[in-house]
Design a protein around this ligand. Structure first.
Ligand code: F0G
Length: 432
């Protein structure tokens, strides 16, 4: 453990619409006055010892203490205060950065890395935020956690609720979520309400619930955003505080882009970095209401979402205003890519030996388009956020490989040992 505590910057919970201050202890998710989304504002005016903080972080990486080793709680001075005894952690957050070799070739870019958020305990980026939201819920004595989900939030919430000794209830669309995500959610002991509607309809139901009776842990909960902002801090810390030119990530309900943008902005305000990277948010073409809002400057018009990247099949993203603020603050951009491009990009990430679920590959698909359009230069330093693990949606991968050359030839059915040897001989010849 670190000898002397660092003085934390102050965080004040406020409404993002009417700016009314809110008490963190009420655990409200929406503003009591106007119903707007809440956010923690960081007061960076007190001065912050950057060199010391970097040393503290490096020291914590060598510690065996659970909260030091978590890639979220290592940054606890920048999070809402929660007693260590209330922290519910599964060692989330410390995810790897990989050089993108074939991905870079595919996108015609030279300096591309994947930050694999799917290498988290429940195999998606949700664990970054869930550890904070569920720790807060446990600290205030909540017994029941609830969320609407396209599958990843539900799996993450279910795992952390199990660790916290709480009951988890998830609302999911009764069709179209991946079997693996549902199986995970059930395995961790959650109760599942499968609704005859999509994610947007499920979130509408959750919005009507009383946050004093249920811990609502969708990304409308500002504690989720605080946890997920550490993705930005972790990226910077893992890169020796070097700032990439671009961070490209998929957008669905738009919590993650809001959170990551906030993380970079705060790191800048504290003096940890001297500029912020530009954000590119990528949506699936059939679920792209944010693209229209970004381009028109008009309020977001919900759409009926349609995409095979089921994680981002969202037509009325709750955090669009927050995300738009972050994209604009970073001089970033928003774009849409067709499902077929997402599918090809996902397969390319696979043959880089990394793999991810469909929604995550929107990042590489988006990069390719942005390089084509000249928005991102071939030599820009780019980080692609891979938001979920490949094993989250194996049915999608199997269907792709069955129907797409050269993968369709990857499985040969062999009759006997001689037949197998013949195949191996020809493969040896191919490889030489
Ligand atoms: N990628 C994956 C793998 C996701 O699961 C999600 C969202 C996103 C990207 C989009 O992130 O909503 O913060 O813009 N999944 C949510 C869920 C909606 O319920 O699991 P966002």
């Amino acid at each position: 453990m670190i000898s002397a505590a660092l003085p934390p910057p102050r965080l004040q919970l406020r409404c993002t619409e009417c700016a009314a201050a809110q008490s963190e202890r009420d655990a409200a998710v929406f503003c009591e006055t106007c119903g707007g989304l809440l956010a923690f504002e960081l007061d960076s005016s007190a001065g912050f010892d950057v060199a010391r903080y970097r040393d503290v972080l490096a020291e914590r990486r060598r510690s065996n203490d659970v909260i030091d080793r978590s890639g979220v709680w290592r940054f606890r001075e920048l999070l809402p205060a929660i007693a260590p005894s209330d922290v519910v952690s599964l060692r989330e957050g410390d995810v790897p950065l990989y050089e993108a070799r074939r991905g870079a070739v595919y996108a015609n870019a030279n300096r591309v890395r994947y930050m694999h958020l799917g290498m988290n305990p429940t195999a998606s980026f949700k664990d970054f935020g869930m550890t904070v939201a569920m720790s807060h819920a446990r600290a205030r004595g909540a017994r029941l956690a609830v969320c609407a989900s396209t599958g990843n939030t539900s799996a993450s919430m279910a795992a952390y609720a199990a660790r916290a000794g709480m009951t988890a209830v998830v609302l999911v669309p009764d069709a179209g979520i991946s079997e693996a995500k549902l199986a995970q959610t059930l395995d961790y002991g959650a109760r599942v309400l499968a609704i005859g509607g999509d994610f947007d309809a499920a979130l509408e139901i959750v919005r009507t619930l009383d946050a004093r009776r249920f811990a609502i842990v969708n990304s409308v909960n500002p504690l989720r955003i605080e946890g997920q902002k550490t993705t930005a801090l972790l990226l910077l810390e893992s890169s020796g505080w070097h700032v990439p030119d671009w961070v490209v990530l998929p957008g669905g309900n738009l919590g993650n882009s809001s959170a990551i943008g906030k993380g970079f902005r705060e790191a800048h305000a504290l003096g940890l970095i001297d500029r912020i990277p530009r954000l590119a948010v990528v949506q699936a073409a059939g679920a792209a209401p944010f693209v229209r809002a970004f381009e028109s400057g008009e309020p977001l018009q919900p759409v009926h979402a349609q995409t095979t990247a089921t994680a981002i099949k969202i037509g009325a993203p709750a955090s669009w205003r927050k995300s738009l603020g972050e994209v604009r603050a970073s001089n970033g951009t928003v774009l849409a890519v067709p499902d077929e491009t997402i599918a090809d990009a996902r397969a390319v990430i696979g043959i880089d030996g990394i793999g991810c679920e469909p929604a995550s590959a929107a990042s590489l698909a988006g990069l390719r388009v942005l390089v084509e359009r000249g928005v991102i230069a071939a030599n820009d330093d780019v980080v692609l956020m891979l938001t979920g693990h490949m094993l989250k949606d194996t049915a999608y991968a199997a269907a792709y490989h069955a129907g797409t050359a050269p993968f369709a030839n990857a499985i040969a059915h062999v009759a006997n040992a001689d037949d197998a040897r013949r195949h191996l001989d020809s493969l040896v010849q191919e490889a030489c």
